[in-house]
Ligand binder design. Structure first.
Ligand code: ADP
Ligand code: AMP
Length: 247
């Protein structure tokens, strides 16, 4: 989840260890090259699992439109009210709604060194609008990581997924189990399963992916920006591939 600055914080009240940790992080980040990345892949292909690792390594912000939309649905904002029905059915929400939230989000200070777009763009129209937005800022997408994986593997991944909502930490009952079932390792808080993480809704989500999102891979392939990953491998091996591609 992206974190923003709070101008009302008195730095004298912040514990020294936190200040030092943040200072060290900023010094490390200053030497990192800017990166603007897109992660594309079907639901369950591992985008959310790899994103925090890439984010920490390159000091980027992680923008997951699915997380942003779920937060809007939970707090019943006008955006959430408009998005809810499509999300429950496993269909895409309208391009204008998601383009608006990304346009605002990439301007945040936490995205200064660049960003990881996870789950966006999901249509060619979104990709074109994103490229226009970036062109206005004099930047462009550096790399698109395509999480290649067979549909057959995804049902087990999706139905076994458990999430710690406030941190975005993701577990899997078989592949990445928490120490105590149903409980977050770090906070001890309960884990949840997403309403749309069922075999039935996965069918529509996959249908939307093949029909509307795969053309985005072709769109960026023509620009020479796409690298394919073997997303069916174990998590650590996918991480190695990601690091090789980005180094
Ligand atoms: P996405 O963000 O692409 O929808 P996630 O990263 O949330 O997918 O992964 C879906 C589920 O599969 C999670 O429960 C996660 O722990 C698990 N998972 C992710 N990558 C792998 C992998 N390479 N091998 C096995 N399980 C994985
Ligand atoms: P995700 O968390 O990426 O699996 O997304 C969950 C749901 O949010 C999707 O099934 C869509 O309904 C909606 N959604 C997320 N990102 C987008 C997007 N870029 N365009 C349209 N709908 C989206």
């Amino acid at each position: 989840m992206a974190s923003g600055g709070d101008a009302s914080v008195n730095l004298e009240d912040v514990p020294s260890l936190n200040l030092m940790t943040e200072l060290l992080r900023r010094m490390k980040c200053a030497s990192k090259p800017d990166k603007r990345l897109i992660l594309i892949g079907p639901p369950g292909s591992g985008k959310g699992t790899q994103s925090p690792i890439i984010k920490d390594e390159y000091c980027l912000c992680h923008l997951a439109t699915g997380d942003m939309l779920r937060a809007a649905v939970a707090t019943k904002t006008p955006l959430g009210v408009k998005a809810k029905e499509a999300m429950e059915k496993g269909e895409l929400v309208s391009d204008d709604l998601v383009v608006g939230i990304i346009d605002d989000a990439i301007k945040k200070p936490s995205c200064q060194k660049g960003f990881i777009l996870d789950g966006f763009p999901r249509t060619v129209v979104q990709a074109e609008k994103l490229d226009d937005m970036l062109a206005k800022q004099g930047t462009k997408i550096d790399k698109v990581l395509n999480f290649s994986i067979d549909d057959a593997i995804l049902e087990e991944r999706i139905t076994g997924r458990w999430i710690h909502p406030s941190s975005g930490r993701t577990y899997h009952s078989k592949f990445a189990p928490p120490k105590v079932p149903g409980v977050d390792d770090v906070t001890g808080e309960p884990l949840i399963q997403r309403k749309d993480d069922t075999a039935a809704v996965l069918k529509s989500r996959l249908e939307a992916f093949h029909r509307q999102t795969e053309p985005v891979v072709d769109y960026y392939s023509k620009k020479g920006a796409v690298t394919n990953l073997h997303a069916d491998k174990p998590t650590e091996e996918v991480t190695k591939e990601v690091k090789m591609v980005l180094s």
